[in-house]
Design a protein around this ligand. Structure first.
Ligand code: MSP
Length: 507
């Protein structure tokens, strides 16, 4: 079964920050895991380039929107490289194929009677590119604000509408029949109660600005940027051509999104798709938001976290590890330097790095750098080896439900157990007293390290590749299935070098 995973497409109003890196990182780990399990994956990310917000950012920069979006979109493409994302494609909503897909979807909805022309009068938040009902707003100093904190403005203009009001019951039935469609559960409940409170028809075109996909047959209107943006997920697979090579990836297995954009993905998107007689995605996972040292992240507070600077300072894999280990996926979390340093020193360097270094240095020194033969398993080895039998299966299950932090906890529980094993077995002391047993212990530790390194590849690709190199695992034997085949006895292992650098904490 092919697997399709997506990130949101990012607004190009500003350069990428930690929130963007986080959503894509979580998707990247899933994509890499499924590939490691031998599944065929299509992993999409990209940029959302139309709408009032982007148009305004271009004006503020004194640039033409095309030149501006070309420039900022490139920064997001560069981020995929900085962060080591393994996306198969990068879509831009300003591409011609995307205009065609949006217009085809529009026509299909229109033909099926789901669109009518009217006039919108109400509140709009440009920052969120969202319409709000008066009951959702709060007022401060004469300015009204959406629940997200974005200021709203009064809009009155001719508009096409999608008959969303007709989809409430069908959506509720759909959520009921597909209990895993919205995750985590708490978010699912929020969406259900929102839908139960009644849906109004949705304005899906704008006439007061031009930066968007023209409505077919009525150039005075451009499409509402969220209809345009959501369509990217099918444009990328070749919609509207049912014979397109990649169309077989639809419906998506998971759209990974932030909690702020769940409503668009869990309500509007399945309604548009069902109205067009297309299958809705299988799952929407809404993750939480990061704060910076306890404070909300915002441009005006000047505390935006730049992922590029973080990677330069700490290295890519430690940051990838920290972001998914520190906070349960789905909950809000706080980014603090002390928490980061504790994880890096206390888990990566002291637990995993140390185990690898001790084991591999002993093999180098005491076994002439050759992998000891596969030994019998004694009772005292089962604490180390028995948990390995279920490692892959449990990580697979946990990633199926996007529980990254528990998956990492599980692996590190085992790595800690292995540290206990090496301390108790003390292979360094066996060199003189029982060299055969020393070889046994080292080979078992090698087996365990190979398993840990293999399953950790999606989280820390470059560092685990280095560890697998040091363990002598050939490039073609690094997938999950290869774990069933032991490495040949006696192969030469390269001299080890430290995997993680310990961070000095400034006083
Ligand atoms: N363009 C829309 C998505 C369209 S998808 C069809 C959009 N773009 S965005 O650039 O504003 O946000 C993209 C993602 O970044 C969202 O998933 C959002 O939750 C995430 N984050 C933005 N700030 C964040 C934090 N402070 N913390 C975690 N993620 C945050 O929305």
């Amino acid at each position: 079964m092919p697997i399709y995973l997506t990130t949101p497409i990012y607004y190009v109003n500003d350069k990428p920050h930690i929130g963007h890196a986080y959503t894509s990182l979580a998707t990247d780990v899933l994509a890499r895991w499924h590939r490691l399990a031998g599944r065929e994956v299509y992993f999409l990310t990209g940029t959302d380039e139309h709408g009032q917000k982007v148009e305004k950012a271009a004006q503020d920069a004194g640039e033409d929107p095309r030149a501006f979006t070309d420039r900022v979109s490139q920064a997001f493409r560069d981020l995929t490289v900085t962060m080591g994302f393994s996306n198969d494609a990068f879509i831009r909503t300003t591409e011609k194929r995307h205009y065609e897909a949006c217009q085809a979807l529009w026509k299909r909805l229109e033909e099926r009677g789901h669109i009518y022309l009217g006039a919108y009068e109400g509140w709009y938040a440009v920052r969120d590119e969202a319409f709000y009902g008066p009951d959702e707003l709060t007022e401060r100093d004469g300015v009204k604000y959406a629940p997200s904190g974005a200021p709203v403005e009064w809009v009155r203009e001719p508009s096409y509408f999608f008959k969303l009001s007709e989809w409430g019951d069908k959506l509720l039935e759909f959520y009921e029949a597909n209990p895993d469609f919205i995750a985590p559960q708490s978010r699912r409940n929020e969406v259900i109660s929102f839908v139960k409170s009644g849906l109004s028809d949705l304005s899906i075109s704008r006439t007061s600005f031009k930066w968007g996909v023209p409505v077919p047959g009525d150039d005075a209107h451009v499409m509402y940027v969220w209809l345009d943006a959501l369509t990217n997920y099918i444009t990328a697979l070749g919609y509207p051509d049912p014979k397109a090579e990649n169309w077989r990836f639809w419906p998506a297995n998971v759209h990974v999104v932030g909690k702020d954009i769940l409503r668009f993905h869990a309500i509007y998107w399945p309604a548009f798709l069902m109205a067009a007689d297309l299958l809705p995605p299988a799952r929407i996972f809404a993750h939480g938001w990061w704060t910076n040292e306890g404070q909300k992240i915002s441009k005006s507070l000047g505390n935006v976290i730049d992922p590029v600077a973080l990677v330069e300072e700490f290295g890519l894999d430690p940051i990838r590890y920290f972001l998914l280990r520190e906070v349960p996926f789905g909950q809000d979390g706080d980014f603090s330097r002390s928490a980061l340093v504790n994880r890096l020193n206390g888990e990566l360097a002291d637990v995993l790095g140390n185990l690898a270094n001790r084991t591999l240095s002993l093999i180098q020194r005491n076994c002439e750098g050759k992998l000891p033969s596969l030994p019998p398993v004694r009772d005292m080895d089962t604490t180390l080896l028995a948990p390995l039998d279920t490692l892959v299966e449990s990580v697979d299950k946990l990633l199926e439900s996007q529980e990254y932090h528990i998956a990492l906890e599980e692996v590190f529980r085992q790595v800690r157990g292995a540290n206990g094993y090496i301390t108790v077995q003390a292979p360094w002391a066996l060199k003189k007293t029982d060299p055969t047993r020393m070889m046994e212990v080292l080979r078992h530790l090698h087996t365990a390290l190979r398993a840990y390194a293999t399953v950790l590849q999606p989280f820390m690709p470059a560092t685990m590749a280095a560890l697998l190199d040091q363990l002598g695992v050939p490039a073609g034997s690094r997938d999950l299935a290869a774990l069933a085949t032991p490495l040949p006895d006696g192969i030469d292992l390269p001299p080890p070098s430290p995997l993680f650098r310990k961070i000095e904490i400034a006083a």
